[in-house]
Design a protein around this ligand. Sequence first.
Ligand SMILES: Nc1ncnc2c1ncn2[C@@H]1O[C@H](COP(=O)(O)OP(=O)(O)OP(=O)(O)O)[C@@H](O)[C@H]1O
Ligand SMILES: Nc1ccn([C@H]2C[C@H](O)[C@@H](COP(=O)(O)O)O2)c(=O)n1
Length: 667
Amino acid sequence: MFSTAFLDLPPLEGAGGTVLLPGSKSISNRVLLLAALSGGTTTVHDLLDSDDTRVMLAALRQLGCGVAQQGSTVEITGLDGQLKVTQADLFMGNAGTAIRPLTAALAVLGGDFTLHGVPRMHERPIGDLVDALRQLGCLVAYTGNPGYPPLRLGGQGAPPRLHLDAPIRVRGDVSSQFLTALLMALPLVARQDVVIEVVGELISKPYIEITLNLLARFGITVAREGWQRFTIPAGSRYRSPGEIHVEADASSASYFIALGAIATGDSGTIRIEGVGEASIQGDIRFVEAARLMGAQVAGGPNWLEIRRGTWPLKAIDLDCNHIPDAAMTLAVMALYADGPTTLRNIASWRVKETDRIAAMATEMRKLGATVEEGADFIRVQPLANPADWRAASIHTYDDHRVAMCFSLAAFNPAGLPVRVEDPKCVAKTFPDYFETLLSVSHTATRHIPVICVDGPTASGKGTVAVAVAARLGYHFLDSGAMYRVTALAASRAGLAIDTAHEAAIATLAQTLPVRFEGGKVWLAGDDVTEQIRTEEAGMNASRVSALPSVRTALVALQHSFRRLPGLVADGRDMGTVIFPQASLKVYLTASAACRAERRHKQLISKGISTTIDSLRADLEARDARDSSRSVSPLKPAQDALLLDNSEISITQSVDQVLAWWEGRQPF
Ligand SMILES: Nc1ncnc2c1ncn2[C@@H]1O[C@H](COP(=O)(O)OP(=O)(O)OP(=O)(O)O)[C@@H](O)[C@H]1O
Ligand SMILES: Nc1ccn([C@H]2C[C@H](O)[C@@H](COP(=O)(O)O)O2)c(=O)n1
């Protein structure tokens, strides 16, 4: 997951490949609660691992359920319809799919519970559900603003006396989750037939279909008359199915369906695995909307393949009540359409993670689009000409879907980058969204930004480059490590590091079995991270790096680090030879005295005893060799910015490089 303050997506062009999507949030949280309310153990496969499912799992643990997790498989040992713990304070984060059904289940079971969440959760309405529960005889109190969490349930010791004779009326026109909550809670107390009547036009019906489908898997068959009246039969009792698989998330699939429709087709198709046309999730009908806009979509029971069809996309005018979450993706697709697109009947967007109509309109305007918004619709004018697009920093409102949707703007024909603020907000449903997107997206190499940090030994290049890469979410290339590993490989092969063995060492370097992984360096399966860090290894690296054929042999390996979303490269010739077109080049230096002192401290902290004088002599010798060799000598690139950090801290050095970088961005 990208935990950076922002993620700059370079302009993207093509896309192709296979994506395996995380499990559906709606199914995951429903299944967890149903398993918790059933008796025995339910093994849940392919569970989504996200903020919202973690919130649910934590609550279930607090309530006394057994939770054993191994990767994406979780075993839940349920409560068999009885409370084990009768008092708890439950944190619900911003998970609507957790707070609503838990509120209903705990309210009918009795006990004394408080449920609260993040500030935005306390702005999301829950009054219609509370009204229905109070009608039923449950004790529910608002401890903050009336109509919104936090809530206190029960508190009077004995379980509530429920009035089950009359139909329980619940509004269905604000959120279908209130009905879902009742449908999941009432089987716990169905000593007689229990009837729920929906007041108003029920929105998001496909989510109710998911609920009914999953209830059936757990032994509850609900009778339905249209979408107004639901009956839970007397004697209903939860029965675990033993094992259950969670489908991949159809709403998450929408971004990759859109990607296939937008990205230039010559890179092949986008294949999605884990969800297909037979999905029980309502958002699978996004496929129909994407086809209307011109996408070519083929599919099977649990896979989809998408490629670009009509281009530009076709504008649509669509009632999106049946696909409220995925419809946000259509709004960004509309930027690539042949006319204005209107998405209607989306009032529920206003009470989601953020006011999504306002958020989408505001952020699309930043991209240059003309957007009209109403209480329950949004109309988007396409950005027909490349010149109409603007580079924008997209605010994401702690809303995973805003972040994911706007990543698609990086395919703009103007070749502009897009900044996505707070990219970690995707953790709500798809923690690795950006990694997945970038793994199937392509762009011209020249679009992938590179920051070069060159300089003499112990100037702090590595330290600064690693920190800059971490702040930007970029890859990091430690080119010195390649020469160090080559020197080690040569000595393991019994080759003296001299011109007589240049060809043999270059051949070794060409196929060097080296791997850089999680801060570790592996040579043919051996962890050589520490071994290549000694002063002797540095000196050998300096010698090997003076051999021209060895340098040539390592060029392709260094270039291979230039991957999306960007690279920070540290070395001696990054800016002069390896990445001469880099977007920013920094030449980092410090006085020899200062560098010797730093290296001394570094080695002492590792328990290696040495003297400052000998270190200074070594590093001056190394500088001399690196600067005077015939090929790619150490020197600042002509267009490098010089930073002498003798008198400034690491933080100041990093901030300076980032400030220079920021100064070159168009946002
Ligand atoms: N202002 C500073 N900027 C960067 N590093 C500093 C600074 N002050 C102290 N250091 C320390 O200097 C030491 C040397 O830094 P580092 O290993 O990053 O240098 P380097 O240039 O990559 O060296 P080499 O070329 O030998 O790999 C580190 O222990 C680092 O923490
Ligand atoms: N781009 C590079 C990187 C390194 N070298 C050589 C010269 C150095 O003395 C040696 C070790 O580098 P370090 O790990 O200390 O950065 O490798 C080079 O020639 N070109």
